[in-house]
Design a protein around this ligand. Structure first.
Ligand code: COI
Length: 356
């Protein structure tokens, strides 16, 4: 069992009065979890301290070369007031996959979970009570050596911060508008696309900015080599329902291995849908649209949950999907996933982790 030192805040903050107006990722709780790594010592000094600013050298390596990884998961409050997590073991497993790619020392996954549970135990009153709101959990690791040369660091900080949040997209469950990016690329095979690391998000900003200027919420990325095959949205994985078949891009190394993606595939198969993970070109999507066979498009992600796509723009081509309404597969997945997460329906998959 991880030995965690606890220092409680003397000045707890007011909790948000209106949980329907939380937005996403603006508000932070009273405490945070920290652990340090030093070469020769390993990970040590697990502690929970009041939430606040951290001191870093301006030369800290993460600030210059982006040696950073992160995760995202949520704590949900059920109708009887208890708190639960959704597949947290998968997040810490994936964090170690990202760590390996970014040459960051791996963590003991059980220690990460113990740290999170200890933090949640102190912050349980911050888990929202309102439908659709949850406590977003952001574990992350940064390299801290004060050094401006390029090499893997010798010193790191692992932290967990918590943010009571509502929907990631301001549109909520209403369909989002997505712009197919054909100028910039997000990732290439052999790069870092599968890792949850800051660089993948920094690189996406120019495309996102362009999309916003044209009144689109997000960018759909194509493969970085041929700029032909659909990859992901950046904040979510993408699914197409074509002629009744559920299709999602295969995990080829440049796409994030989403936990919601993996769960959605399992739920769809369980409900009798044919699900295929394969390469799918944007041209195939457009052809399916033209022949009236593009039934639905939706994204999956921890923050995004299940987000129907109502509008897809590829060059001059505008595809309005399912009359810009949520379709039956997206609705079924939304109901099943959120039903399990909020404890409204039976978790027959064993995905729920109760927080005692
Ligand atoms: C998540 O879904 O948790 C993510 O990390 C995506 C991020 C863009 C909010």
């Amino acid at each position: 069992m991880l030995d965690i030192k606890i220092e409680r805040t003397a000045a707890p903050k007011e909790k948000p009065a209106d949980e329907t107006k939380l937005g996403f990722g603006h508000i932070f709780t009273d405490h945070m979890f920290i652990m340090n790594y030093d070469t020769g010592m390993g990970w040590h000094d697990a502690r929970i301290v009041p939430y606040g600013e951290i001191s870093l050298s301006p030369a800290a390596m993460c600030l210059h070369y982006g040696q950073e990884i992160f995760e995202g998961l949520k704590a949900y409050r059920t109708a009887d007031g208890s708190i639960q997590l959704f597949r947290p073991d998968e997040n810490f497993k994936r964090m170690n996959v990202s760590a390996e790619r970014m040459v960051i020392p791996k963590l003991n996954e059980q220690d990460c979970l113990d740290g999170l549970l200890a933090l949640l135990n102190i912050e349980k009153d911050w888990v929202p009570h309102t439908e659709g709101a949850s406590l977003y959990i952001r574990p992350f690791i940064i390299s801290t050596d004060p050094y401006v040369g390029v090499r893997p660091a010798d010193h790191y900080m692992f932290m967990i911060i918590l943010s009571p949040s509502g929907a990631y997209y301001s549109t909520g469950l209403n369909p989002v508008k997505i712009y197919v990016e054909d100028k910039y690329v997000r990732a290439v095979r052999g790069g870092t696309g599968f890792a949850k690391t800051a660089a993948n998000y920094a690189i996406s900003l120019a495309g996102q900015d362009e999309a916003h200027k044209q009144d689109y919420e997000q960018v759909l990325w194509l493969d970085g080599v041929e700029r032909k095959y659909v990859e992901e949205v950046g904040s979510m994985n993408i699914f197409f329902v074509i002629d009744g078949e559920v299709i999602t891009p295969a995990l080829t190394g440049s796409v994030l291995s989403g936990i919601t993606r993996k769960s959605a595939i399992e739920v769809c198969r369980d409900k009798g849908y044919k699900v295929t993970e394969r390469r799918i070109s944007i041209e195939e999507v457009a052809q399916a649209y033209d022949s009236g066979k593009l039934d639905e498009v939706f994204g999956t992600g921890t923050a995004a949950v299940i987000s129907p796509v109502g509008h897809l723009k590829w060059g001059d081509k505008i595809m309005e999907i399912n009359d810009n309404k949520i379709g039956p597969v997206s609705q079924m997945l939304y109901d099943t996933m959120t039903g399990i997460q909020w404890g409204k329906i039976e978790d027959k998959y064993g995905w729920i982790f109760p927080v005692k």
